[in-house]
Design a protein around this ligand. Sequence first.
Ligand code: ADP
Length: 263
Amino acid sequence: RGGAEEPVIPFAQPGSLTRVYCVASGKGGVGKSSVTVNLAVAMAARGLSVGIVDADIYGHSIPRMLGADGRPTQVEKMIMPPSAHGVKVISIGMFTPGNTPVVWRGPMLHRALQQFLADVFWGDLDVLLIDLPPGTGDIAISVAQLVPNAEILVVTTPQQAAAEVAERAGSIALQTRQRVAGVIENMSWLEMPDGSRMEVFGTGGGQAVAESLTKSIGSEVPLLGQIPLDPRLRENGDAGTPIVQAVPDSAAAKVLAEVATKL
Ligand code: ADP
């Protein structure tokens, strides 16, 4: 037949039991990576076998947030991913020399992603989360081509402007014919010492994105949860001890754990 053989991606095979979610956002800094890591750790704590592909070329902050400081190793032709808190992770950042910024072009990214999906020894995963770069870039299309059954999770803040770009990121599903599993609103409010809520970034963004995607896609896209602001979420992210494990009784951890049960 000629031509190079396409690598086999186990998650894309008919009958694969792995649920694949692409975590998308319209812009950076809304907490997409924090949400990805905490959902993964919450699922692993329930006994699920979970992996994360960190495909956010701008951030690649997942290994640090997860506390996975190991390096991938090679056994025969497979890449063995490091893991922490029961979650296996592979990151584009693990393959860039030192801290040198690397200019990743579309085709390079596609190949890197293909390799992460085909050549990493994931074992039998129940769930694979793919942390996408913010926006509606090439990589979201690549994932859709490589794993057509992958579903999309949209992370937004309550802010109107953030919601509009998040909606655009979600509506890529129309083009790729993927299912949108739901919307997660982050940084929804800050609980004050008197118990009242300060709505730092306004209100309604998550609901607005869920409603407008429901309308444009033509099937129900639920708002899966609203995660409050909590400095401990950031601190534990920086320390590599995700809040769902470090402070499980915090409101933020409870919402994250609850969202994890819906996926
Ligand atoms: P993204 O992946 O969308 O760029 P990050 O997950 O890196 O966003 O989050 C951006 C910053 O905001 C990080 O420092 C993170 O710790 C912090 N952060 C995210 N969500 C919350 C939250 N609910 N409360 C407090 N800090 C948060």
